[in-house]
Design a binder for this molecule. Structure first.
Ligand code: SF4
Ligand code: SF4
Length: 306
């Protein structure tokens, strides 16, 4: 598991506690959660938490840590993700992302957030990364949430074996399904895989879903998915092939909040210089989405604008 984000208002209805799993079946070039892409545990250093105490110095037996004037440098070619330095850090500035968690213990912990869920119509969301990479965990987690009386949503990119996606979503009250790009070649160029499996898995889920039990989510990425032809094509697919199963289509405006995460991981971000969309551009994309055939009242735009 990667982490739990509490008080989230962007991962389904109401106030939610979102569990992020580590490892994804896609590698979107704009990914806003880069820590979740790799299946492997990863060490990160958070400068704002570091008090410069030096407790981590000398802890690493692999020579992967250097206490430089600019801060703690991690040599990722040497780091074995053993977590010793994170355990030695008194400030939580070094953190090993990707530690195993049991579904029952996690659900018991999340049940403490129930007052927030009850006052807002919220619940728990299993996100990623991609939950379908661990279908047995996702299935058990959702079932136990329901048994505990917690509304549970699964956020999936839909890429992966049909049985795994289906099993991961089987006990969810709500599925948040990402559809990013209708053109197969562009989808491959942007995410590393074509979209045939993503579209087919969406059809299969929609066939069995209750009306409104699927929310589609599309990131509006400047220079990539934020094109009228893409929104119109996705709209035609949603209206024509998913029907009443879709209760809502969310268009998520690009933001740059993840830039710091890329920096912490020591990675370049392909969209570091991209600018936010203007509100007029987003309105144009919303109109294009409606031209595809989805009722305008089911299309919602969220996120930052220039
Ligand atoms: S996680 Fe382990 S191997 Fe990696 S830097 Fe820390 S102590 Fe060294
Ligand atoms: S132990 Fe933690 S707080 Fe202390 S110097 Fe190392 S990273 Fe910073």
């Amino acid at each position: 598991m990667l982490n739990v984000q509490r008080m989230s208002t962007e991962d389904g209805p109401g106030i939610r506690s979102t569990v992020f799993v580590k490892g994804c079946t896609l590698a979107c070039r704009w990914c806003h959660n880069p820590e979740s892409i790799s299946h492997e545990p990863e060490l990160v250093w958070q400068e704002w938490r570091c008090v410069g105490c030096g407790s981590c110095e000398g802890v690493c037996e692999h020579g992967a840590l250097e206490h430089a004037p600019s801060g703690i440098l991690i040599d990722r070619s040497k780091c074995q993700a053993c977590g010793a330095c994170a355990r030695a850090c008194p400030a939580g500035a070094l953190e090993l992302l990707g530690t195993p968690r049991r579904a029952d213990a996690l659900v018991a912990e999340l049940a403490h957030d129930r007052p927030f869920f009850e006052c807002s119509g919220g619940g728990v969301t299993l996100s990623g990364g991609e939950p379908a990479l661990r279908p047995a965990f996702a299935e058990a987690f959702c079932l136990q949430c329901r048994e505990a009386g917690l509304h549970v949503a699964v956020d999936t990119c839909g890429a992966g074996p049909a049985e795994a996606v289906e099993r991961s979503c089987r006990h969810a009250d709500l599925v948040l399904y990402d559809l990013k790009e209708i053109d197969p070649e562009r989808h491959r160029a942007f995410t590393g895989r074509g979209n045939a499996g993503v579209l087919e898995n969406a059809r299969r889920l929609a066939e069995r879903a209750r009306p409104g039990a699927i929310w589609i989510r599309t990131p509006l990425i400047p220079g990539a998915t934020a094109r009228p032809d893409n929104l119109e094509g996705l709209g035609a697919f949603i209206a024509g092939e998913l029907g009443e199963a879709v209760g809502r289509w969310e268009l998520l405006a690009f933001n740059k909040l993840c830039a710091e995460q890329y920096r912490r991981l020591g990675r370049e971000w392909a969209f570091a210089d991209a600018t936010l969309l203007e509100s007029g551009e987003i309105e144009g994309l919303r109109r294009a989405a409606a031209r595809g055939g989805v009722a305008a009242e089911r299309i919602f735009c969220t996120g930052a604008t220039r």
